[in-house]
Structures are given as structure tokens and as C-alpha cells.
Design a protein around this ligand. Sequence first.
Ligand code: IVH
Length: 668
Amino acid sequence: MNNIPGDRIKELREILEQHNYNYYVLAQPKISDFEFDALMKELQALEAEHPEFADPYSPTQRVGSDLSKEFEQVTHRYPMLSLGNTYSEDEVRDFYERTARFLNESFELVAELKYDGTSISLLYEHGVLVRAVTRGDGTKGDDVTANVKTIRSIPLRLMGSGYPEVFEIRGEILLPWVEFERINKEREEQEEPLFANPRNAASGTLKLQNPVVVASRKLDAYFYYLLGEDLPFESHFENLEAARSWGFKVPSVIRKCTTPEDVFSYLNYWNKERKNLPVATDGVVLKVNSLKQQRNLGFTAKSPRWAISYKFQAERAATRLNSVSFQVGRTGAITPVANLEPVQLSGTVVRRASLHNADIIAGLDLYIGDQVFVEKGGEIIPKIVGVDTDSRPLLIGEKVRFITKCPECGTSLIRPEGEAAHYCPNETDCPPQIKGRIEHFVTRKAMNINIGPETIDDLYNAGYVKTSADLYVLKTSDLLRLERWAEKSAENFMKSVDTSKRVPFERVLFALGIRYVGETVAKKLAYAFQHIENLRQASIEQLMEVDEIGERIAQSVVAYFANPKNKELVARLRDSGVQMEISKESVAMRSNKLAGKSVVISGTFAKYSRDEYKHMIEQHGGKNVGSVSGKTDFILAGDNMGPAKLEKAAKLGVKILDEEAFLKLLEE
Ligand code: IVH
């Protein structure tokens, strides 16, 4: 082991990057997760103690920072084009022959899988990742560097040698199937809407404002295209192999083909074998290998002439539409579901398919009894893609129409402007919505009451619980009258109800389930208004004065308290002893002393760590920013503040506070 911190930090970074590569790129871990974590912790601790060795490319930077910001738009150096699509072997042969005629010399094609995720362009300069940009509109994309850095298989610093000083590499960010399923399961438990497919999940994740959450979803990235003025080889295949040696995850399943038959055997093989891959694919991409030939072929307005994609056929089956039912979700959203004559599709029996919304139903022009085509694309829920109108008998059932009244409570449905879904607006009296609200109320991040959805169902059906407030008047004897309850479980439940009375106000506010009031917004509102009474009386304008509260949230809060049933619920919860004001401890920890102030932290400190100072600045309403500018209010300076920063501060006349002065300022 090394005793000089700078050296040990460097050593740890190298060791961790190598293990990272072994694990995430090669899928050949050489040490246990436990050993990896121990090394990571050691590095984190050393870096915290020695901020002078800070490095944005350190493996610790992959865990993400809490800094959230709007994404900056960046213009692509080379536009991100799409590919022409083909759907049959004939079209592939056409592409081959067209290319042969145009080039009038022998050529190689490279066959690759077409990964179904979200595309990304990475810029490397001098061997380090400087920027990651989404496709956007092809010309401009979002700078998502902070999020991309959390993807472990993407090298922050390149390995090996021979990479150009400046180059771009493009690839696909993917959410592996297992992760997709794990996240959806978690979302189901948290009553959040599910992702339809891994592609949506990947692009949604990449656009999250909080890199810590991004880091928690284990995205992966595969690379397939290099761009730059001095790439090492004059051929695509060899450049990709070079990129692999620099640490990128370049799929090993790429193949050189010289005849259409080579291509077809690749297509046929992967059409079946792709089911065994860890990530979603939706076709094959064919590219002319020689860069010189690529340049000769050039581009059409939208896509290169030297490449084409072949889309795999989604598996499809025909079956009879027996009926359509309409389900009411916990938020009141109505989902139309087709009940089908059971049919085999991609190895499972399909009985139901989503019909999405009223527009889709109208577009399909469906009748009960129709023969319909179901498809399982990247989605887990099969969908109806068409109707076999030719086989429609003369005596057909009724036309399928979207309902106008809630099937659970009879209330007229509404469709908010600009939304595709219909909702039942009867929030307080529609059974699935009532149950949904209680389920949200008891979740871990809200009141943390020990009870599951089935039990809530039982309690509701037995007439014991109609609102969250009823949980507080339940008696052990009530519970024991129901099935599934025993002395012990009833006791545990009563205990957790009692404990929930100590849950802080900010979480109670979240638990109420006011539309658009998630955890963070609840915290902001709780600190700003301190007491539920103040919040209840707040006007839209007053609400909007709170940092980050916009009109949509403000309106939702006002609407919530305008409903007498909600007012009654809050009053009953308060009478049961649930916290309806911010605690003294919570207030003591916070203030507005630094409200609106931008603070730069620089140098090394004796009393608290940099992170702790950052936290303090935020607790008191300020913002920790990275670099000194005219907008900086002051610099919190420790020892060894960099000379460049000092000079800049002096030039701009920015105040400098040392540790003592800063802590005194907070105590005042
Ligand atoms: S090459 C100019 N190769 O498909 C050619 N694209 O419609 C650049 N994709 O936006 C793309 N796998 O997101 C290429 N092996 C592969 C690919 C691939 C997936 C995506 C990519 C692109 C879209 C093209």
C-alpha cells in the first residue's frame, strides 16, 4: 500500500477503472462486489480528505452528484442521421445491387445488430470524455454528460493507445431486460406508471435531472460508429476493433459480409438468437466497410447511401376479439383492454391486449367478434395492430366505442386538453381511486404503515376504511374479524399506525397524494408554509413565490384544499395526532440566510468536509456553484485556494470568507 495520499488516489483510480472495465465491458469480473466497494470507499474517503486531487474523470464521479440543472443544447459537429429501413430480403438484395452498381468494384459490408435504445454521441479529447449529447433533432441535442458519466461501461478515460486527439463515437444507450423488469416492478410497488419498453425507459432515464437516480438504474452502452478527422483506419470494422481496444463496449457479433447470402445467414441467425441477448434489438444494420467507398456513396438528405437497416418482423398472431373492458387506475386514468380468444405468440399465451386510448380505438374501427392481429414488439404488453376486415362476417357484434362514464362510480369522464387519456374526475369517491390513495398514503416514503394492497382491499370492502384517516380509528377487534389477520399481525399494524404519528410534516404532505406534489415539492412547501393551515389558505400567487413551484402545482394544491372532503380528511388526520406542522428540529436545521446566494467553495478545510459545507449552503437556501463569475456572491475559501481563482475573485471584487467567518454568518 502507498502512504502518500496523492499516489494512493492515483493507484486506486487505476485499479478501479480496470475492474470497472472487466466487469461492465468484458463481463469478466476479477474481484467480488464487496472488494470493489471497499476500494471505492477508500478512494471516496481519500478524495474527500484531499480535494486538491479532485478529478472529474475519477471513478467516484460515476455515482453522480446531486446537482441538477436544465440540459444545455449543443449543435452536433456531424449531424446525427437516421438510416433507410428495409423489411424484406428482397429489399436487402436491392441495396446490395444498388451499392455494387454505384461502386463498380468489390466491396465488403459490415453486418451489425440494430440496438433498440436511445442514441448518444460522445466526444473524446486527449483520451477523456468531454461531452455526451443526445440525438435531439439530429442537428442539435441535449448535453447529458453528467448522466452518461454514471454508465459504468462508458470509459471516462481511454485505455491503450492510438486514439485520435479528437473524435466522436456514437452508440446506443440501453437498459438491459433484467434492469427494465426490476425497475418496472419497483414502479409498480410505488404506484408509478410503468415503462412500456426498455427504449422508453432508457431515454427517460437519460433525461432525468438527478444523476444519482440515473446511476441507480443500470444503463449500458454499445458503440457502432466513429467520426473524426484522423481515425486510425480507413475501414469501419477495423476502427470499431480499435475502439474496442480503447475500452468501449463494441459488440463482438459484428461480421464482415461479401455476398448477399452472407448477409441473409446473419439475418436469419439473429432473427432467432436475439431472444437470448441481454438487451433489446429490432433489426440488423448493414454498412459499407471502406470509408473511401462510404465517401464516394455519400448521403441523401436524410440518411447515408452506404448503410441501411433491416427490421426484424415483430411476431404476430390473428385471433378473435371477444370483448373490451375498461379499467380504472389509481389515478383515475381509464385503460381500455381487449379480451381475446387465447392465442400463442412468441412462446406465451396472449389473452389480453392494451387498446391504449380512445384515438387508437377509433383508428382501428373495431367490432366485437372481429379477427384482430396482435403483435409483441419491444413492448411487454401485446398490442392490436390491425383488423382483418376481409374476414368480417355479415353478422358482426357491436362497434367498440370508448365509454363516457366511469365503470366504477358512474361519473362522467373527462379528457384533459392535450392528453390522450380519459380520467374519472371523482377523486374522493371512486373506489379504485380511494384505494389507490390509501395505498400511496401508507408507502415507505410516505407514512410507512405496515399494510399491503390486498389488505387495503379487504378493509375497504368490509367498510372499515374509506379514507386514510380511518386507519387511525381501526381497532384490533375490527381486524381480527377479517380473514388473514392474527393477533400478532394486528398488533404490528397498530404499532406502525402509532409510529406514523411521528412522521415529519413534509412526508405527511407527500402522503396526502396531492397531484404533482411529490417528495421534493412536499418538502419545499412544508418549509415554506410550515403549517398545514398556512398552506390551505395560500393563494396561487403565494404558492408560486416558492422556489420551483409553478402554476400547475399551485393550481393543484389550491384545488385540493377547495374540496371539502379533503379538508375533512386533513382535519381528521390532525385530530388523530398526525404531524401537521414542521418540527422545530427541521426548522433549526434550515434558514433563508443564504437565500438566492451563489457560493463557490475552494481549497481545503479543517472543520467540515467540502460536502458538508455544500450541504450547509443548501440547507440555508444558497447554491453551491463551480466557478467564480460576476454572479458569485462569495467564495468560501479554505487553505490552498488556487491562484487563478484568487485572481479572478480580486478582479471581479467577489468577497472571500474563510471557514470561521462562514460559520459565524450562519450562527448570526
Ligand atoms: S449506424 C449514419 N449502427 O438506429 C449511421 N445505428 O436509424 C448512423 N442504431 O439513430 C447509425 N444500432 O440510434 C447504427 N449498429 C447500429 C445501430 C444503430 C442501433 C440506431 C441509432 C440510429 C438509428 C438509425
